[in-house]
Design a binder for this molecule. Structure first.
Ligand SMILES: [Zn+2]
Length: 319
C-alpha cells in the first residue's frame, strides 16, 4: 500500500510517495508562490501527486491516504488551515479540497505534530509509548505522543510547547506574552544571545568567525567558537543550554516521556548540544536518582522528515 506525504512551507511544497515502512519511493517539490489563490496551490499538489504516481506506474486507487503537515493553526478534525502567516492562509479547507480532487482521504495536521508522528513511527521514537518532540527553528514547536496517540488538544491547538513561560528577562513573544520558551530556546534566541555577547566582547573569536560582520551571525557562531575555547562564546552556549534545559525539564516533569527528541538546525551540534542538556535535565528532573531519567536525543529522519512525518499521519489512520 502507498501513502502520500505533503510538507507545506512558505517557500516550497514537498510531496512524496511513501510505503507503509516509511520509505520514500519518489518525491518532488514546487515553489509555493504563496500570493496566488489557495485553490491553485492545492491543484498543484494534486498535479504533483498524479505525476509521482504515474512515474511509479501505480494507480491512485493504490494510495490509501494523503497526510499533510502545515505550519500554523490547523483544525485537524476538518482538515482546515485556520491561520498561517507563512502563506497568508485563513480558513483554507485544505483536506476537503485535496480529497475532492483526488478521491483519497486526507489528514492535515500542524507540521510539528507531523514531525512527532514521523519520529514515533519511523525514527527515534519507534516502538515507544510516550515521546515529546521539540523543533528548534525560528520559533520552538512541539509534538506530543501519549500512549501511542498524537495529543493535540481542543481544536488541535494544544501542545504549543514553545509558548510556556520560562525566563524573566522580558523578551516579547510573537504570541503576545513575554518570556515564552521560544524566546530563549529558538535559533532566533541563540542568535540574539550571540550578538549581545559580541557587542560587549569586541575581542571574542566570534567576530573573526563572522568576518567582522555581525549580521552574518548564525546559530553555529557561538557553538563553533566555544569549541575554540572562546570565553564569550562558552558563556553564550552555557546560557542557551541552561534555558533549553529548563524548558526540557518542564516537559519531562509534565509528560515523563520515554524520550525527548530534538529537531532543527542546532541539532547538527550533536553531543555538544545533547550532553550538557542531558546533564542539566538529570540534575533537575523530578525524582532524580530514584527512577530512570528521560533521555534526550536528536531526530533521525533528516531532510525528508517533513514528507515522512506527513505520510505517517495517514499511515497511523489506515494500518
Ligand atoms: Zn509565546
Amino acid at each position: 500500500m502507498y501513502y502520500i506525504g505533503v510538507d507545506i512551507g512558505g517557500t516550497n511544497i514537498k510531496v512524496g510517495v511513501v510505503d507503509s515502512k516509511g520509505e520514500i519511493l519518489k518525491k518532488s517539490s514546487f515553489a509555493t508562490e504563496s500570493k496566488r489563490p489557495y485553490i491553485e496551490i492545492i491543484k498543484d499538489i494534486e498535479i504533483t501527486i498524479r505525476s509521482l504516481i504515474n512515474g511509479l506506474k501505480i494507480n491512485l486507487n493504490d494510495v490509501k491516504a494523503i497526510g499533510v503537515g502545515s505550519p500554523g493553526i490547523i483544525d485537524s478534525n476538518s482538515g482546515t488551515v485556520v491561520y498561517t502567516n507563512n502563506i497568508n492562509w485563513e480558513n483554507v479547507p485544505l483536506g476537503k479540497e485535496l480529497t475532492a480532487l483526488t478521491g483519497i482521504p486526507s489528514y492535515v495536521h500542524n507540521d510539528a505534530n507531523a514531525a512527532a508522528m514521523g519520529e514515533w513511527k519511523f525514527g527515534m521514537g519507534k516502538g515507544l509509548k510516550d515521546i515529546v518532540l521539540i523543533t528548534i527553528g525560528t520559533g520552538v514547536g512541539g509534538g506530543v505522543i501519549i500512549n501511542g496517540q498524537l495529543f493535540e488538544g481542543n481544536y488541535s491547538a494544544g501542545a504549543e510547547l514553545g509558548h510556556i513561560r520560562l525566563g524573566g528577562e522580558g523578551y516579547p513573544c510573537t504570541c503576545g506574552r513575554t518570556d515564552c520558551f521560544e524566546t530563549y530556546s529558538s535559533a532566533t534566541a541563540l542568535i540574539r544571545f550571540t550578538k549581545q555577547a559580541m557587542e560587549i566582547n569586541p575581542d571574542s573569536k566570534m567576530w573573526e568567525y563572522v568576518g567582522k560582520d555581525i549580521d552574518k551571525t548564525n546559530g553555529k557562531t557561538a557553538f563553533e567558537c566555544a569549541k575554540l575555547q572562546d570565553k564569550a562564546a562558552i558563556e553564550v552556549v552555557n546560557k542557551y543550554i541552561y534555558y533549553l534545559g529548563e524548558g526540557l525539564a518542564n516537559m519531562a516533569n509534565i509528560f515523563r516521556p520515554e524520550l525527548i527528541i530534538l529537531g532543527g538546525g542546532v541539532c547538527a551540534q550533536g553531543e555538544y548540544l545533547t550532553k550538557p542538556l542531558q546533564e542539566h535535565l538529570d540534575r533537575n528532573i523530578y525524582a532524580k536518582g530514584l527512577i530512570p531519567t528521560v533521555k534526550i536525543v536528536t531526530a533521525s529522519l533528516g531532510n525528508d522528515a517533513g514528507i515522512i512525518g506527513a505520510a505517517a499521519l495517514g499511515i497511523a489512520k489506515h494500518e
